[in-house]
Write a protein of this length. Structure first.
Lengths: 325, 146
């Protein structure tokens, strides 16, 4: 394959860098080597995720119970939206490879069209990820964290999740939130939870059909539900903090490491997608301006294509290890 | 410029007429694989939810057997299926979308073998140690439920 972009006057000169034993141009080969190193970074992250998960294998959150939302729809749809995101990314990979193919035929109009579609796909994906983060941070049902850092959630007699707002009544608060304007100007306090532990306990006492669910996974692969008596005891003796949603310190879904890794890995991948979109846009304008037409080769589209496919490749693994396994 | 593409996938069982056709063919295949994953992930068939073998006990041969059969002794078959399908997807993305199929053997091996070797090492060392720490938490008198 003749993929040389420009003649440098070194053709055939072995020690002048004019030889291409791998039959790939310098730029393309370096893109491949970058991809290898980036793949190692990502597998380092995913293996670290595996490490933490093996460490807490008996109490790790179940992904199906965490990611259940679809925009504009109410109800419980595990996996559907992530599957849609995966499909969007694979689809944009396809338009990218079609752009590369059109580039091989020096078809400027088609390269432009397919590059445009690829950018759109990338933007939809990044947008979806932002929405997913938003939903994850906002949380759904709320939970109580114990002194030992474990999460206690609430379910009804059938095992369906119960949200704090459905059985806890907020009372008049004496404790005011510390703000810069009413206290130390250099110290800030996070927003106080809507409920206190005492209110949760009272709510639990007055709703006999609400039970506490712990993090521990039982033999059926489900989270353990405590009896009524144990539930009241747990909240009374061990309950420390009301948690709604997720951040880097606590999350209502379970082990705080779960949220940390979620933010870190999907964030790092999302950043890759974002930079991929930016690079795609630059290449897109170069295509429109006819830069590659004049250069006589659309190899730049091929190189950025490699990066874009790699981002898709990583997502396939993130999808498996975060949402499926 | 002459760009030759190898147009057969599945070891030559499916042949395509043009590169564009091959791309759509691979997309259909990848979509089917993802759909299978999602359906299995939602319904979680009971058959795949429990390991098919229990660990061998006693002696050197048992240890050897546990290592050889570790994917089906220590992993739920469902998770094993997910991982295998993911690697299948990764293969077709790399080989057909990234044109690895058309590169020279040397470039292919430089990229793939290096990656596979180092990633296997990373996975082994981290999962091994994670399992060890879990056993300390479980058996080492560390109180976590309070």
């Amino acid at each position: 394959m003749d993929t040389t972009v420009a003649n440098t006057g070194t053709e055939g000169k072995t020690w002048g860098g004019g030889n291409q034993p791998l039959k790939a141009s310098y730029g393309k080969m370096m893109m491949w080597f970058f991809i290898v190193s980036d793949a190692l970074t990502f597998s380092g992250f995913l293996a670290a995720y595996g490490f933490s998960r093996f460490k807490f294998i008996g109490s790790w959150p179940i992904a199906d119970e965490v990611f259940t939302h679809v925009p504009f729809f109410h109800g419980n749809y595990p996996m559907i939206y992530v599957a849609f995101m995966t499909f969007i990314l694979i689809m944009s990979s396809v338009t990218m490879v079609l752009a590369v193919d059109a580039g091989h035929h020096m078809n400027k109009a088609k390269v432009t069209l397919y590059m445009f579609l690829t950018i759109i796909g990338g933007l939809i994906f990044v947008g979806s990820q932002a929405w997913e983060w938003g939903t994850f941070i906002k949380g759904d049902y709320g939970a109580v964290q114990t002194n030992g850092g474990n999460i206690l959630q609430f379910v009804d007699k059938e095992g369906h999740r119960v949200a704090l707002r459905d059985f806890v009544v907020a009372e008049e608060k004496v404790r005011a939130e510390h703000e810069r304007k009413n206290g130390l100007w250099f110290v800030e306090e996070a927003t106080l939870p809507a409920y206190t532990i005492d209110e949760v306990y009272k709510g639990l006492e007055s709703h006999p059909d609400v039970l506490v669910r712990t993090q521990i996974i039982n033999d059926e692969g489900e989270k353990t539900v405590l009896t009524r008596e144990e539930s009241l005891n747990q909240i009374k003796n061990n309950g420390k903090l009301v948690v709604e949603g997720a951040n880097l310190h606590v999350n209502e879904y379970g082990t705080s490491l779960f949220a940390d890794f979620f933010f870190f890995i999907t964030g790092f991948h999302g950043f890759h997608v974002f930079s991929g979109v930016v690079i795609n846009i630059i290449i897109f304008f170069n295509v429109i301006l006819g830069t590659y037409e004049r250069r006589g080769s659309y190899e730049m589209v091929e190189k950025v294509g490699l990066y874009w496919h790699f981002v898709d490749l990583v997502w396939v693994f993130v999808f498996t290890f975060f949402y499926l396994v | 410029m002459a760009h030759e593409h190898k147009l057969a996938i599945f070891r030559g069982t499916v042949k395509f007429k043009s590169n564009t056709q091959k791309i759509w063919g691979v997309l259909i295949f990848l979509t089917i694989v993802t759909a299978i994953e999602v359906i299995l992930g939602i319904y979680k068939p009971e058959f795949f939810m429990h390991t098919w073998m229990t660990p061998f006990e006693g002696g050197f041969m048992a240890t050897l057997g546990n290592i050889l059969f570790s994917p089906i002794i220590y992993m739920k078959p469902l998770n094993l299926i997910f991982i295998v399908l993911t690697i299948v997807k990764a293969y077709y993305i790399t080989w057909d979308f990234m044109h690895m199929r058309d590169e020279t053997k040397a470039l292919r091996r430089m990229v793939v073998w290096t990656g596979v070797f180092l990633i296997c090492y990373l996975i082994f060392i981290l999962l091994q140690e994670g399992g060890y720490i879990e056993s300390v938490y479980t058996n080492g008198y560390v109180k976590r439920d309070f």
